[in-house]
Design a binder for this molecule. Sequence first.
Ligand code: ATP
Length: 278
Amino acid sequence: MIEIHKLVKHYRKTKALKGVDLKVNRGELFAYLGPNGAGKTTTIRIMTGLTRATVGKVLLGGCDVTKEPRAAKKQFGFVPQHINLDSELTVSENLLVHGLLHQMPRRAISQRIEELLDYIDLGDKADTLIKELSGGMKRRVMIARALMHSPQMLFLDEPTVGLDPNIRRRIWALIKTIQQGGVTVFLTTHYIEEAEFLAARVAFIDLGSIVALDTPQNLMAGIGNWAIDEFQSNHMRSFYFQTQEEAKKWAATHKNGFTLRRVNLEDAFLALTGKKIK
Ligand code: ATP
């Protein structure tokens, strides 16, 4: 459904992408995970036609985003990182503008607005001004707006950045429901638990290159099942073990403060890049 071929992007001296290749299957929920400045937004901006690649190409449902931009654009909805709703308009007016831009018939627009507001659980906010909504509600309206023209793909750039944990989980549930409805979802995030919870497959991106791409389970299994974090004069080291018994045996022979826990996706990223994501 999404094919990215040898994508390179240079901004003057910065090599933001250094040859990214990836494929996302129809109906998949795919996470693109990496630290600040890794190249996530640059990739999604090229995918949505907001900026051009220096080298390489992106195909969406077989359409080249540079050569067939109109056909490509019909197929996806995009939720950018920063809230860009019109704060002086109501919720339904924001959705209406998007429907008109996509040349949807008026009747279809009204029906779709009603349907989507129910879907995002904001049926009672249709006539509320955007500026009167909470941050989490605005995010949900952004998602509804991206779905107005019933796209086959949804691209989300850091969909829960800055939201509190309860609201984040609500957005996660919404994203899962959208994917279960048949939409292919591509999301960028620097929240490990977001990728671990949501995605069928995860690509780790660091300094403009993909360093690993697999299911969260396989990425984690590559380093072990249990981790011990050892605290020693202002720094922390992690050690990985296949079984809890091996970890406990190791712990019994060490006297420094430590904690035993399950391996997570951050450990896999750390093992591959030598750095933490946050
Ligand atoms: P974040 O999580 O902070 O949004 P990111 O992974 O999305 O990070 P990008 O925004 O794609 O990363 O940035 C990748 C690199 O390209 C960074 O070094 C960034 O400073 C640089 N960059 C991004 N946009 C521009 C631009 N318009 N002009 C110059 N450099 C840019």
